[in-house]
Design a protein around this ligand. Structure first.
Ligand SMILES: *Cc1c(COP(=O)(O)O)cnc(C)c1O
Length: 386
């Protein structure tokens, strides 16, 4: 079993947890064990690996590393963030209730509302930053409080410690989606959360080249999740696990650079005449800046802003950048820009969660920040133009 190195520093764990040299050849990089089955020395005896849905050494290395990064007893990896969330919901039974943040990732809401509700789970949504609303929303059957912070795309901050306390007083568990902050900036389990879910597709993988997910939690819950991983089968292949592990090695340095670049860009946008509002938890006038400062070590790479001149001006800006690619998703080394109202958040149009139509969201990459600033400055000239 690979060493989990829980006592080492974050960057050391990222590079070494679960990643001892391969014992046969000494390869310093965990191999891609591209095999579906494992030869057994005798009938009824095996090496710890029998069949690759049940377990694969590349996947084990990733799981060991992710657990070490989140400070969890164990992590269980899945084929996508939504597959990880599916397993978390499958721990519940018909009649159980989930209380969600009213601005959770749209795919999370779609999954519980359109899939798990048909099998008897109940769900409702409130603003989890309003603790009175949370208390009012809890039911005797509530099993999970489901939080995502910072939120998407408005970068609202939730108080994870307060939510954990409320959940526990009620006999429920706090699930935290830590995709946006990552364990490099925020450790929900240390703040009292019971399960952390990830889309490793985003910052953990970090290079926009793989889709994956994970759940980090206590050993007993992870055992149930590993049962589901095998019984339901939404496993990541060995190459996907390897790419994610490769990405995770540089998570800390990338998150520092994402945060530094995003901070510069947020300050630049806040001063710009063509920008009416900037959402970035690192700005002192962000409504939850103090909470974010306590809960996060840096403020991450996501910045949203509203463009003067409305939806048409916002569309012109989004189409005028050259380095910021116009694309959905986030968390890669390259910068992206998108229009949430028309792109990622079109499905919430007409609901209370509708986002302003002059809002743009940036996933700030780790390029040279002066180039990113010049790109945005140039694109913002188009806000007023034709
Ligand atoms: C992308 C994302 C998900 C879903 O993950 P996939 O890997 O796309 O399945 C869940 N939560 C958040 C916050 C995300 O950004």
């Amino acid at each position: 079993m690979s060493h989990d190195r829980h006592d080492d520093g974050f960057a050391t764990r990222a590079i070494h947890a679960g990643q001892d040299p391969e014992p046969v050849t000494g390869a310093v990089t965990v191999p891609i064990f591209q095999t579906s089955t494992f030869a057994q020395p005798r009938v009824g005896e095996h090496t710890g690996y029998e069949y690759a849905r049940t377990g694969n050494p590349t996947r084990t290395a990733l799981e060991t590393c992710l657990a070490a990064l989140e400070g969890a007893e164990r992590a269980v990896a899945f084929a996508s963030g939504l597959a990880a969330e599916d397993a978390v919901f499958r721990l519940l039974s018909p009649g159980d209730h989930v209380l969600m943040a009213d601005d959770v990732y749209g795919g999370t809401w779609r999954q519980i509302a359109k899939v798990h509700q048909r099998f008897g789970l109940e769900v409702s949504a409130v603003d989890l930053s309003d603790l009175d609303a949370v208390r009012a929303g809890l039911r005797p059957t509530t099993r999970y409080l489901w939080a995502e912070t910072p939120s998407n795309p408005l970068l609202k901050i939730l108080d994870l410690a307060a939510l954990a306390e409320l959940a526990h007083d009620h006999g429920a568990r706090l699930v935290a989606d830590n995709t946006f902050a990552t364990p490099a900036l925020q450790l929900p389990l240390a703040l009292g959360a019971d399960l952390v879910v990830h889309s490793t597709t985003k910052y953990l993988g970090g290079h926009s080249d793989v889709v994956g997910g994970a759940v980090c939690t206590d050993a007993a819950t992870a055992e149930e999740l590993a049962f589901l991983q095998n019984a339901v089968g939404a496993v990541p292949g060995p190459f996907d696990a390897w790419l994610t592990l490769r990405g995770a090695k540089t998570l800390e340095v990338r998150m520092e650079r994402h945060s530094t670049n995003a901070d510069r860009i947020a300050r630049f946008l806040a001063e710009h005449d063509a920008v009416t509002e900037v959402a970035y938890p690192g700005l002192p006038d962000h409504p939850s800046h103090d909470l974010a400062s306590r809960q996060m070590s840096r403020f991450g790479g996501m910045v949203s802003f509203r463009v003067a001149g409305g939806v048409d001006a916002a569309k012109r800006v989004a189409e005028a950048t050259r380095l910021f690619f116009l694309a959905e998703s986030l968390g890669g080394v390259e910068s992206l820009i998108e229009h949430p109202g028309i792109m990622t958040h079109a499905s919430v149009a007409g609901t209370a969660l509708e986002v302003p139509d002059d809002l743009l969201r940036l996933s700030v990459g780790i390029e040279t920040v002066d180039d990113l600033l010049a790109d945005l400055a140039h694109a913002l000239e188009r806000a007023e133009g034709q």
